[in-house]
Design a protein around this ligand. Structure first.
Ligand code: U5P
Length: 217
């Protein structure tokens, strides 16, 4: 099966975790598309640019370049990944045709890497998108604000959209942005959101388990 996975930028803050993900992806026998988030580098650079009065365009571009740096780091750990980081969907598809593993970061300002992951999943006709997130599942409310928030193992995109209060500012996207949801919804691609600190959850999803939240149309 074709595997499309979005790696939260937070993964790149833990060296051992990066190596573990590289091992899991190497061991997978099928075609893989990986989308890397911008993480701490993106947030730090965006914050400096913002303080200095830079436009949202430049703030987003810094986030995009940070996510590409994470993509290149990941590529460097995989022998059979395409050596270039695609910068748009056409370049992604070109790499996808030539290589078993294609790793990419951001594409263009105004969106998050969740939208890139949705566009990639759509383009390669992936039935599912795996989101190794910085939260272990979707909750009825932000569990950091309300500790009694309910964990939701299964939900629809409509329910997810109602819960999600995503900002559209550079570096401010949580979990997923609304554009990514509309792309996943129009293709009926199932999304699995799980704790990005647990690479073993990829295999769990492949075995038909649901280690976090499963979102369907
Ligand atoms: N970003 C974009 N376009 C993309 C991907 C990312 O503008 O296609 C920017 C956003 O500012 C985003 C940041 O918040 O890079 C880091 O990506 P993410 O880790 O938030 O997905």
């Amino acid at each position: 099966m074709t595997l499309v996975i979005k790696l939260s930028g937070r993964v790149f803050e833990d060296e051992e975790l990066i190596f573990k993900y590289a091992r899991v992806i190497k061991a997978y026998s099928g075609k893989v598309g990986v989308v890397t988030g911008g993480g701490e580098i993106a947030r730090r650079y965006i914050s400096i640019a913002k303080r200095g009065g830079a436009s949202y365009t430049f703030q987003d571009l810094l986030g995009i370049y940070a996510s590409r740096l994470n993509a290149l780091l990941f590529i460097s750990l995989l022998e059979d990944a395409c050596p270039i980081v695609p910068t748009n969907i056409e370049e992604f598809l070109d790499a996808w045709r030539r290589c078993r593993i294609t790793v990419t970061g951001g594409f263009q300002p105004g969106q998050s890497t969740a939208t890139v992951a949705a566009l990639v999943a759509e383009a390669v006709k992936a039935p599912v998108l795996l989101n190794a997130a910085n939260i272990d599942a979707v909750y009825s409310e932000d569990p950091k604000i309300n500790p009694n928030a309910k964990r939701l193992p299964v939900l629809t995109y409509d329910e997810f959209e109602r819960i999600l209060k995503s900002s559209v500012l550079p570096g401010g996207y949580e979990l997923m942005d609304t554009w990514s949801i509309s792309i996943l919804k129009r293709n009926c691609i199932t999304t699995y959101i799980f704790d990005g600190r647990k690479p073993e959850h990829i295999e769990a999803v492949m075995r038909g388990e649901n280690p976090g939240s499963k979102i369907t149309c």
